[in-house]
Design a protein. Structure first.
Length: 91
């Protein structure tokens, strides 16, 4: 049986900064789409920028809600109880 590798994770500063990176990239793309002379290219870049901004905001809101829910419990690890059981069933 092969040992399972631990999942690779970002460091905390990188993880916390990703939504802001998405938002900044989205705003840059929206600004760039405004400045582009081609209508089709401007639309594509603008839609990509909109997706970036919305994606960053959604991630920020989801993290905030998860942290608020987690803080309502006396045991912060209580929400993670089901995860080990699911992993054992996969074996």
């Amino acid at each position: 049986m092969e040992p399972t590798a631990a999942p690779q994770r970002f460091s905390r500063p990188v993880y916390e900064g990703l939504p802001w990176f998405y938002i900044a990239g989205g705003i840059a793309a929206l600004t760039g789409s405004y400045l582009l002379p081609s209508g089709v290219l401007s639309l594509i870049v603008g839609l990509a920028g909109l997706v970036g901004v919305l994606g960053g905001v959604v991630i920020l809101l989801r993290r905030r809600d998860y942290r608020a829910l987690r803080s309502e419990y006396g045991d912060p690890g209580a929400l993670d109880v089901a995860a080990p059981m699911e992993k054992e069933q996969d074996r």
